[in-house]
Design a binder for this molecule. Structure first.
Ligand code: PBG
Length: 337
């Protein structure tokens, strides 16, 4: 005789949540160390690791320490790193001259890492913001109110060739200029770097959550005065269809991996992109996403490990094959190989 409270349901989804082993058996999304790409910041000199205030646990590393970190990440099964240089302000100018110096910081870092850990995939950013005094991703028009697309793209092509020559496996244009993926592909091929890949920041939104990163590389202030707005090149956060337009352009121009950035607030975009292309999709859990989890955890308001894990599962579940995240090392440590 059925319990008088029994609903006599044919479907009881809770049956598969009853025990830990049942829950594991029906788990749909699983993270593994090879899902992650670790963004790393490199500085000149020999100073000890310098923690970024708004990014607890993330450090600016000199080249020797960067190499050590890369070795550790490789051992943990993290397949790739994305390198970002923090230049001394005295080396910055209006047109980002240092970006085309073949001995600039990031290129020396690439050579050191590739020599020490050849199997680790090394990715470098192609954009002028670490090199310009105004912090924009390209050169400004004479009116100084906008970034000049085609002149910037020409510089980015040359920058990518220098990075390829230094030994990177992939270049990652993060500037959002029109036509830069195709131009970079042609520039690389013309120099014989047909095997150097392009990880394109295809749908990169004009996000307020980049703040901690701009502190990290010192691109936050627009020559002291102007407010730094990248609204004329980065996408409007309100636009969903436009993200697909951007992604399909980069796909057609020859990008090997297509990226959405930021990640956590743009899960719908990640899903749309996953459905629009057959190529691998990456998502960048950016500095502000990391900072807000860290900050709430420090206040005792959220559980760090659980929020970290959930934020990353959500990004993968949305459709990302790869995730750039400042939690890469922690996750690889947690997950094992
Ligand atoms: C710019 C660049 C940015 C990030 C990576 N490359 C920020 C920006 O557009 O100012 C942000 C990464 C992060 O916030 O973690 N080329």
């Amino acid at each position: 005789m059925a319990n008088r409270f029994s609903l006599e349901l044919a479907q009881r989804p809770r049956r598969l949540r009853r025990t830990a082993s049942l829950r594991a058996m029906v788990e749909e999304t699983v993270l593994r160390p090879s899902d992650f790409i670790a963004p790393l910041f490199v500085v000149e000199g020999k100073a000890p690791p310098d923690e970024i205030k708004s990014m607890p646990g993330v450090f600016r590393l000199n080249i020797a320490d960067l190499v050590k970190e890369c070795r550790a990440l490789h051992k943990l099964g993290v397949p790739a790193v994305a390198l970002f240089p923090k230049l001394d302000p005295s080396l910055k100018d209006d047109i980002g001259t240092q970006a085309l110096n073949e001995d600039t910081l990031v290129l020396r870092a690439v050579r050191a890492v590739k020599k020490a850990v050849p199997d680790l995939t090394v990715i470098t950013d192609v954009a002028l913001d670490p090199y310009t005094s105004h912090g924009h991703d390209g050169v400004l028009t004479t009116a100084r109110d906008d970034v000049e697309n085609d002149r910037t793209v020409e510089i980015l092509g040359r920058m990518a060739v220098l990075q390829a020559r230094a030994g990177v496996d992939m270049v990652a244009p993060s500037d959002m200029m029109d036509g830069r993926v195709g131009a970079i592909r042609r520039a690389l091929d013309a120099e014989g770097f047909t095997g150097t890949g392009i990880l394109a920041y295809s749908a990169k939104f004009n996000s307020a959550y980049y703040g901690p990163f701009r502190d990290a590389v010192g691109s936050a202030q627009a020559a002291g005065t102007r407010l730094l707005s990248k609204a004329t090149y980065q996408m409007n956060p309100a636009n969903r269809r436009e993200a697909i337009t951007e992604v399909m352009l980069d796909d057609a121009e020859g990008a090997d991996i297509l990226m959405v950035k930021p990640a956590g607030l743009y899960l719908d975009i990640i899903r749309d992109v996953r459905e629009a292309t057959r190529k691998p999709v990456a998502a960048y859990q950016i500095s502000g996403e990391y900072a807000q989890i860290q900050a709430a955890a420090r206040l005792g308001w959220l559980d760090l490990a659980r929020c970290r894990n959930e934020s990353l599962i959500a990004i993968k579940r949305a459709g990302a094959d790869l995730i750039l995240t400042y939690f890469a090392k922690d996750m690889a440590t947690l997950l094992g190989r």
